[in-house]
Design a protein around this ligand. Sequence first.
Ligand SMILES: *Cc1c(COP(=O)(O)O)cnc(C)c1O
Length: 428
Amino acid sequence: MENSNINSFFNIDKPLLEKDALILEKCRKRFSEIDDITEYCQLKVLSAFIKNGVSEAAMAGSTGYGYDDRGREILERVMAQAMGAEDALMRHNFVSGTHTLTVALFGILRPGDKILSLTGRPYDTIIGVFGIDGKSDGSLADFGVEYRQAELLPDGTPDIARIKEMLKADKYKMAYIQRSRGYSTRPSLTVDDIEKLCRAVREVSPDSIIMVDNCYGEFTEKKEPCEVGADIVAGSLIKNPGGGIAPTGGYIAGRHDLVEKCAARLTCPGVGREVGATLGHSRELYMGLFAAPHVVGEAMKTAVYAAALFENLGFEVSPKSDEKRGDIIQCVTLGTKEGLVAFCQGMQSGAPVDSFVVPEPWDMPGYDDPVIMAAGAFTLGASIELSADGPLREPFAAWMQGGLNFHSARAGVLLAAQKMLEKGEILL
Ligand SMILES: *Cc1c(COP(=O)(O)O)cnc(C)c1O
């Protein structure tokens, strides 16, 4: 039963290797379901490349203002099709996911508008964009856009009755949905869940623009939010849709009129999408998008494997190994500070880059507790590459995600478990 491939290169204790073999067997069915999604999304992306006539010439970059950059225009049409949307922006000029979401929000909303979050408190970095804590300069609140949220139900799912009530009581320009759990303990939304939310919004407030923070969700299912009623989505290229190849960037996809508004905010009103030199980045963005469905599949397998392994080792995991997934994030509750530190250190030791670095907890700005991170990635901060982090507080949970290929990512997960075994945090 022992896996001799792993053993040829890494020292994993025998009882753990036996579990590994057992777990691989157990994951087989889920893996074949993931393969089916990967194949579907891969063919969807391939057909978008073909339909839009991607050529070698499209990869050549522009300089200066970037007028008439055909490659940039074609890439954006390919992305629109991949996201099941009318139109898209996809550029290296977006500096992060948060920046991309910010451009979309400021592009679409106007002073006096109200926005309702349907999924409770949003991802940490978006708090300042809305101006929820009242602290950040230049937030939407500063510009007279009012933010409200519908709290999630105790089980972490959207409260559709409450959402409808709020939408009936007031006029909201935008309904905002976060697909991924981010670093919270609520479940991520499936595309079916998003469809239900879109229907609920349309029923009581047909004119509200439905925006989805699509980070971490792209290509984890056959459909994307715009195919089930969302008007606009946005995400980061150092997560799923960059395929581990895009070195930076983001995308916005959705209704043509809304994408145009976003373009006016990305560059300037009256100029919009017509400018933006691609320099040498088009090729990487094309290659990344083409690789993305496959890489997301590998990351999903890694998450399922880690869930199954740590479940078997007696830890609380979320989602469970056999649960339906709406993103690539896996939460593993390790129970002790030492366990969390060992997990991250073990995972780091299996990274292709910076494997020799030993991560230690540090006081990250903006966080109340020290945070530990394992990230040995080709692209700084890329979370489509195998990575894990967690705050040093109860219940000492690690949020892990990514994995460019399952073979290496599985080794990373096994090394995390091995380190815990060595520190006496796992007993076998
Ligand atoms: C990552 C993420 C963001 C922000 O992206 P950054 O690239 O970190 O700025 C926003 N929302 C969600 C749900 C995310 O996962």
